[in-house]
Design a protein around this ligand. Structure first.
Ligand code: IPD
Ligand code: CA
Ligand code: CA
Length: 281
């Protein structure tokens, strides 16, 4: 039977995908649990920056690398034919049609400063479609999870987005990239959006922001410049909680723009963000 939330999704043998998705979910949950424990309990008191990437404030710590190694090692042991895309370099196609998309620490700057809003984000794609997503936020004691068509859960409790308020009452999360030029554009969007809404939050982990839309803790979240590993798991979790996600009007979430919101708000926010230029630098 077609899934009412995703009527255009390709139809596969339900029994086979059920068993496969169960396996992928269990692996993602266990990998995220192990990585979360390593990051929480193994964080050196004198944690420093191991390297920088796109700019001097785009940092990597030794723990980002250790987390990715743990996750890819654990999953690879159980499913050696799968592919990987990880922020810290994991990149392989695999031969099984399954690819894991991993952010070993989402919110590295928070983690570096010992602020609690960081997460481990693990998604599994089947033939290019995200079918399983897990976001573990150990300092919150929470793990959000979703399987396509089966709803989203936080520590086992079913998630539902918040009823949409009028735009003027909306609490909106966002984030900023690591490049100064992009930030100047993002600041300009916030300057024009802030007077029109309840308030704006900048949490520091895109994966948690997307889960917060799913949990009803934010009315909406948007950001330009996200990579697949930032959004793959959180996007599925938000959609499975009934939120709408997308990019510019008529487009899917992408690096250009990612928006997640309660449906009635999505319809207002998407054209507004387009007009404000949230999709370009
Ligand atoms: C970052 C976080 C942040 C978002 C940035 C991301 P990282 O990921 O998700 O909230 O604003 O765009 O790059 O670098 O901490 O994995
Ligand atoms: Ca990230
Ligand atoms: Ca990261």
């Amino acid at each position: 039977m077609p899934d009412p939330l995703h009527p255009d999704a390709p139809q596969t043998d339900p029994a086979r995908s059920d068993a496969l998705y169960d396996e992928l979910l269990e692996l993602a949950l266990e990998a995220a649990r192990r990585a979360g424990t390593l990051l929480r309990d193994g964080r050196p008191a004198d944690l420093g920056v191991a390297a920088t990437k796109s700019s001097p404030i785009d940092v990597v710590t030794e723990m980002d690398l250790a987390s990715e190694k743990l996750i890819t090692g654990f999953i690879g042991e159980h499913r050696p034919d799968d592919g990987f895309l990880g922020e810290e370099g994991a990149s392989s196609d695999g031969t099984s049609g399954i690819r894991w998309v991993i952010d070993p620490v989402d919110g590295t700057v928070n983690y570096l400063y010992d602020l609690p809003a960081w997460s481990v984000s693990i998604a599994a794609e089947k033939d290019g479609e995200v079918v399983v997503g897990v976001v573990a936020a150990p300092m919150r004691g929470e793990t959000c999870q979703a399987v396509v068509g089966r709803g989203a859960f936080n520590n086992g409790e079913r998630l539902r987005h918040r009823p949409a308020p009028p735009l003027s009452q909306a609490l909106i999360g966002t984030g900023f990239g690591y490049l100064a030029e992009r930030r100047a554009g993002q600041a300009e969007v916030v300057r024009r959006l802030l007077p029109q809404v309840r308030d704006i939050r900048r949490g520091g982990s895109a994966a948690i922001d997307l889960c917060d839309v799913a949990c009803g803790r934010l009315d909406a979240y948007y950001e330009r410049g996200l990579n697949p590993w930032d959004l793959a798991a959180g996007d599925l979790i938000a959609r499975e909680a009934g939120a709408l996600t997308g990019g510019r009007p008529g487009k899917a979430v992408s690096q250009e723009l990612t928006l997640a919101a309660s449906p009635a708000l999505f319809g207002q926010l998407q054209p507004l963000l387009d007009e404000l230029g949230a999709w370009h630098d």
